[in-house]
Write a protein that binds this ligand. Structure first.
Ligand SMILES: [Zn+2]
Ligand SMILES: [Zn+2]
Length: 188
């Protein structure tokens, strides 16, 4: 199964937003700078404090969808996210290819982003199932990710987190074993 089958640019935008670290002061600015192409020209990129809070709330709501453990919670959390959006879908070819825009032009950056990510994540979940969204099991990561594995059994966002966690688990097992504190050289 290839990654493309499960993602669209708007779901990637949603995952990036969910993985923002709100405690990092520059995180929202750099997120907006990186994703500026999502916003209509002349959208104000300097957010007011209330707008920053709003975007952080939306990020938390996407994360909550990914963290849900049953379908009823997924429905409830997705609907809460959709209720925050202001959809105004229409077709455009402004960049040379036909595609859909979900948000109103000339609305605030937060309104445009909220609507786009709410619809994007909803389309992912309804087309491919809510279990495709996960939260990385590495204790020092916890990024939201899209599980593209055939059996939807991925526990980590990346190969890096997966191998780091198996090294940590190996070391923990060794520590619990008499005389077993030394990892083999390839894990050192
Ligand atoms: Zn466009
Ligand atoms: Zn991770």
């Amino acid at each position: 199964m290839d990654y493309e089958a499960y993602t669209s640019p708007s779901t990637e935008l949603a995952i990036d937003l969910a993985n923002l670290d709100p405690s990092e002061p520059a995180a929202i600015e750099s997120f907006l700078a990186v994703h500026e192409e999502w916003l209509t020209p002349r959208t104000r990129l300097t957010l007011r404090p209330s707008e920053r809070d709003e975007l952080t709330t939306v990020a938390g709501m996407i994360r909550a969808v990914a963290a849900a453990e049953d379908e009823e919670s997924v429905i409830e959390r997705l609907n809460a996210l959709l209720a925050k959006s202001t959809p105004h879908p229409r077709v455009t070819n402004h960049d040379g290819r036909l595609h859909v825009h979900y948000s109103r032009d000339r609305s605030t950056a937060v309104e445009q982003l909220t609507t786009t990510v709410a619809v994007g994540i909803t389309l992912l979940v309804t087309a491919h199932g809510w279990k495709r969204l996960g939260i990385c099991g590495a204790s020092d990561c916890q990024d939201v990710f899209i599980d593209t594995s055939r059996n939807q059994t991925r526990r980590f966002c990346s190969g890096t987190c997966s191998s780091r966690s198996s090294v940590a688990a190996y070391r923990a097992r060794q520590r619990g074993r008499p005389g077993g504190a030394q990892p083999p050289p390839w894990l050192g």
